[in-house]
Design a protein around this ligand. Structure first.
Ligand SMILES: [Zn+2]
Length: 439
């Protein structure tokens, strides 16, 4: 095991042992530990938070000379130290043990995302300890709290309350990097955009009546049946934005014919379709339904909640068109009301950072390529993109041994674990990127 792999592994094990399940989070001890590692290596560290038990860590490494000839960019490695909960009864290793077994570190956060934090901090600390300082620009490590419940005390809080402390030009965060194979080539997704949410409620109306007589009144719940059936059968038409177009070109497919591309992906591995099809347009997923409050009353009103995800660049107009398209004339008997409207966020695809990541991948996994991807969900990157519109933010944490299809079911699931070799692989990436960008 290389020194860097060992450092990242030990640090991850330590981080896993701090229980930071959010809520309540309680991240202070983990943050103090990270601050200790980075301070000892030469970083200037600050803990800043809205609540004493939940500080965010900002660690900065500046050039040795106070006035470098080239001011250079601020490169930020971002991560969150909170996790979702875990039920130990479902796990083969205790979720807070940090056990190393079968070549993996086991525990809640081993993928999402104490692993990336450990790789970022181990790489940055090793560089600083060796005496390296940026020749230009600055290296910033930001470990935030509270991501799993939306970032109100974490990324959102720090970008709003201390923007000058976390302002950056280039940002690497979670959201991409696990390898998958297509057309005989290995690909690494770089997450450069995240979908927005345009959640809505569909309401049907009827006339209440006594449930002992089914033909009494007019049952609003039954009017939902055709709507649900249509939602189960189809989605709005594909509407490809720049990212899925570049993604398809990267796979050697024709972006002008997404249906054909998906048929090829389906034939190669149906999981590719499950994971990547949502990038191609607006999606609807019905998740909650509510009708009568009483078992013996025919409902006069029923409500269906639909989780709708929208690629950046598209908005309410496309969603309304999608509703008309999917629900057809059945929609006329219902009302649509938007409950959340958050547009997606993105960074440009063709940038020197993308170039640098692509070259690193080609060097370390010969024959492999990077492709841009859209995350159907969202991460803390959105707060940084909003606060610093010029910042290029990507999600990238390279896994070479554990594939995308191996990691995905483990995130927020039981037996979350990371291949130790991937931890070292990622730590090397974070070390090399800092050297390459900051000199
Ligand atoms: Zn995460």
């Amino acid at each position: 095991m290389s020194g860097l792999t060992e450092d990242a592994t030990e640090l991850l094990r330590k981080l896993v042992r701090f229980d930071t399940v959010n809520p309540p989070g309680d991240e202070r001890a983990a943050q103090e530990h990270l601050a200790g590692v980075l301070s000892a290596a030469g970083f200037q560290c600050e803990l800043l938070g809205a609540e004493p038990g939940r500080p965010n860590l900002v660690a900065r490494l500046r050039p040795a000379h106070s006035e470098p000839a080239d001011p250079g960019p601020t490169l930020c490695y971002l991560g969150h130290v909170d996790t979702v909960l875990a039920d130990p009864r479902e796990w083969s290793h205790d979720p807070w043990s940090g056990d190393v077994a079968d070549g993996h570190v086991w525990g809640r956060g081993a993928l999402d995302m104490k692993s990336q934090v450990a790789a970022e901090v181990a790489a940055a600390a090793a560089l600083a300890r060796s005496g390296w300082r940026p020749a230009r620009g600055e290296l910033l490590i930001v470990a935030v709290v509270d991501e799993e419940t939306g970032g109100e005390l974490g990324a959102e809080w720090i970008t709003k309350n201390h923007p000058e402390k976390v302002r950056c030009d280039l940002l690497v965060n979670e959201g991409g990097g696990a390898v998958f194979e297509y057309g005989g080539r290995r690909r690494y997704g770089v997450c450069c955009a995240e979908k927005g949410v345009f959640r809505f409620t569909l309401t049907t109306e009827g006339v209440a009546g006594h449930a002992s007589m089914p033909k009494m009144g007019e049952n609003a719940l039954l009017k939902m049946a055709p709507l649900l059936e249509r939602l189960g059968k189809s989605q709005p038409a594909y509407e490809l934005t720049a990212e899925p177009e570049a993604f398809l070109r990267g796979l050697g497919e024709d972006p002008a014919d997404p249906a054909a591309a998906l048929a090829h992906m389906q034939a190669a591995d149906p999981r590719l379709v499950t994971v990547f099809e949502p990038m191609f347009g607006v999606t609807f997923t019905p998740t909650r339904i509510r009708a009568s409050e009483k078992i013996n009353v025919i409902p006069s009103r029923a409500e269906l909640k639909v989780d709708c995800r929208v690629p950046p660049g598209l908005g309410e107009e496309q969603v309304r068109r999608g509703i008309a398209e999917v629900l057809k004339e059945d929609e006329k008997g219902s009302r649509v009301q938007f409950t959340e409207r958050v547009v997606g966020n993105r960074s440009p695809i063709d940038t020197p950072l993308m170039q640098a990541i692509g070259e690193w991948v080609a060097e370390h996994d010969p024959g492999a390529e990077v492709v841009p991807v859209i995350l159907p969900g969202f991460t803390d990157s959105r707060h940084f993109r909003e606060a610093f519109p010029e910042c290029v933010a990507y999600g990238f944490f390279p896994h070479r041994h554990q594939s995308l299809f191996e990691t995905m079911p483990l995130i927020h699931g039981a037996d979350e674990r990371i291949d130790v070799r991937d931890l070292g692989f990622a730590a090397e990436f974070f070390r090399d990127m800092a050297l390459r960008i900051l000199g």
